[in-house]
Design a protein around this ligand. Structure first.
Ligand code: HEC
Ligand code: HEC
Ligand code: HEC
Ligand code: HEC
Ligand code: HEC
Length: 366
């Protein structure tokens, strides 16, 4: 597992185990060289087998798929759990999202340039980590199964497998490089860049966490849900990654995503915030993280209330590594201090009300 620049990571052992079992099951029919656990994790990956080599060099991409909708629906027949999860994500709604629709309705090009990430063609048309090409058809399908897993009729995934005539295993699926294609293009779209703060943080440099570690949690289940398949030995319960891609829109990941402490220190009240996100907090536009410190007297009467706001836009987000401390003057007579940290998805066209999501709270006595 070499020192490749963008988060080369050890493969969790249970996953290796799974590949090993598959190889064993085939009685070593699959040459080991085909098993994709090499650590070729970098911004540019070598061309996988089966990828038309000239695609990237051509100005004109090959014609778009006519059957995208049917193809994407097909995956549901055998990967029902994955499909159900995907349906609930912002990836499935990346074009239909009302906030996005409100923004593009004001643009002259009606969002044509946004389609590169919000309704892209297959990622494999470009190098992984490069901004994808825009799709002109079926934009409502957003970022879908085909976008991330196919090129022409060839399937790609984290491991080599015998499903549907063969899946090319590519280590890039287990690295953040894949997500950087859209979540790491500060020049094209600095509003949606989680990469820069992630690369500054310790989640990857110290803890070796990828975007997938936190946004695609591991679960034990059948990879293939269809019962009538012949290769039954391939489709038992195994550790797989969920396609939940949870973010603020579904809330649950926000709770507890930072530690918070508050203490009286002489004439001061000091609050400290330690994000546990892999990137800045907040990590995108239309978000505010609000710290509120309320001091109360012995009878519980509020004597002071102060707030600090952290936003992504103004480069004033909380850094992902280390602790941010904030000092307030301790009010005479104050006996307790209570701190709360909340993320707000702010009201904008397409989101009629602020959505408040509690992160953490802490209390101290003098
Ligand atoms: C007829 C059933 C069937 C359909 C339809 C199907 N798959 Fe599969 N898929 C399988 C089987 C079987 C495997 C092999 C499972 C294994 O290796 O354990 C597999 C494996 C995969 C893998 C590789 C898993 C790994 O561990 O690397 C990916 C990725 C994948 N499928 C994606 C898709 C996508 C995307 C679609 C829709 C375009 C799709 N599949 C449609 C049956 C199906
Ligand atoms: C380089 C890829 C890329 C391009 C180009 C791009 N986006 Fe995005 N966009 C993303 C990603 C990734 C997210 C999700 C992460 C985030 O919210 O930062 C996102 C999220 C959004 C959101 C949701 C934020 C919210 O508060 O709910 C809106 C709205 C949006 N984009 C609008 C646009 C518009 C309008 C354009 C074109 C002018 C555009 N984007 C172009 C990658 C891109
Ligand atoms: C250590 C765990 C961790 C890692 C690693 C991580 N994230 Fe996150 N991410 C979180 C948490 C927790 C939240 C919820 C807090 C928030 O909204 O910022 C989040 C939120 C998000 C959001 C939703 C923003 C919103 O408000 O809707 C996006 C998009 C995102 N992460 C993308 C990424 C990408 C891309 C990577 C890899 C470059 C990554 N994350 C790495 C933990 C992580
Ligand atoms: C944004 C890109 C993206 C989209 C969209 C996406 N996938 Fe995946 N998929 C991944 C990544 C990344 C992995 C590998 C995660 C890992 O092993 O670390 C993966 C893994 C898989 C696997 C193997 C599971 C495992 O853990 O071995 C299957 C099967 C699969 N995807 C099917 C689908 C299907 C079906 C859809 C559509 C419903 C879909 N994917 C949509 C990125 C995507
Ligand atoms: C083809 C472009 C593309 C790729 C590749 C991609 N994303 Fe996204 N992602 C988006 C867009 C666009 C959105 C926002 C859609 C919106 O809200 O309008 C998004 C939203 C998200 C969210 C926010 C969900 C929420 O509810 O706030 C998370 C988390 C996320 N992506 C994680 C990932 C991870 C992890 C990977 C890599 C395995 C990845 N994405 C790969 C385009 C992409």
């Amino acid at each position: 597992m070499g020192g490749a620049p963008f988060g080369a990571l050890p493969v969790p052992e249970d996953r290796l185990m799974r590949v090993a079992l598959v190889v064993f099951a085939f009685g070593c029919l699959i040459p080991l060289s085909l098993v994709g656990w090499d650590s070729g994790v970098s911004r540019s990956v070598s061309l996988p087998q089966g990828r038309p080599e000239d695609c990237r060099l051509q100005e004109e991409l090959p014609p778009e798929r006519k059957n995208l909708k049917r193809l994407n629906n097909d995956c549901k027949k055998c990967h029902a759990d994955v499909h159900a999860e995907w349906t609930g994500t912002q990836h499935a709604k990346s074009w239909t999202d009302p906030v996005f629709q409100a923004e593009i309705s004001k643009l002259d090009d009606k969002g044509a340039s946004c389609a590169r990430c919000h309704a892209p063609r297959a990622l494999w048309h470009k190098e992984m980590g490069e901004i994808p090409a825009a799709r002109n058809k079926d934009r409502d399908l957003g970022v879908n199964c085909v976008t991330c897993h196919m090129l022409g009729n060839v399937y790609f995934g984290p491991f080599h497998s015998q499903g549907h005539g063969g899946v090319e295993g590519e280590a890039v699926y287990r690295s953040s490089t894949m997500c950087f294609s859209c979540h790491g293009q500060p020049e094209a779209r600095k509003e949606h860049d989680q990469m820069t703060s992630y690369l500054d943080g310790k989640a990857w440099s110290k803890d070796g966490k990828t975007c997938q570690s936190c946004h695609m949690p591991m679960v034990e289940r059948k990879l293939v849900t269809k019962k009538s398949l012949k290769m039954k030995f391939l489709i038992g319960v195994q550790p797989v990654r969920m396609h939940s891609f949870t973010g603020a829109r579904r809330g649950e990941i926000v709770k507890g995503c930072a530690d918070l402490a508050v203490v009286f220190e002489g004439e001061k009240v000091v609050a400290s915030i330690t994000p546990k996100t892999g990137h800045s907090l907040p990590c995108t536009t239309h978000r505010e993280v609000v710290l509120t410190v309320v001091q109360s007297d012995g009878s519980g009467q509020e004597v002071s209330r102060e707030t600090r706001k952290y936003t992504f836009q103004q480069g004033e987000a909380l850094a992902p590594s280390g602790t941010t401390t904030v000092e307030f003057a301790a009010v005479v007579g104050a006996e307790t201090a209570r701190a709360t940290l909340v993320q707000v998805m702010t009201k904008t066209e397409g989101r009629p009300e602020d959505v408040r999501q509690p992160i953490q709270e802490a209390e101290t006595k003098r």
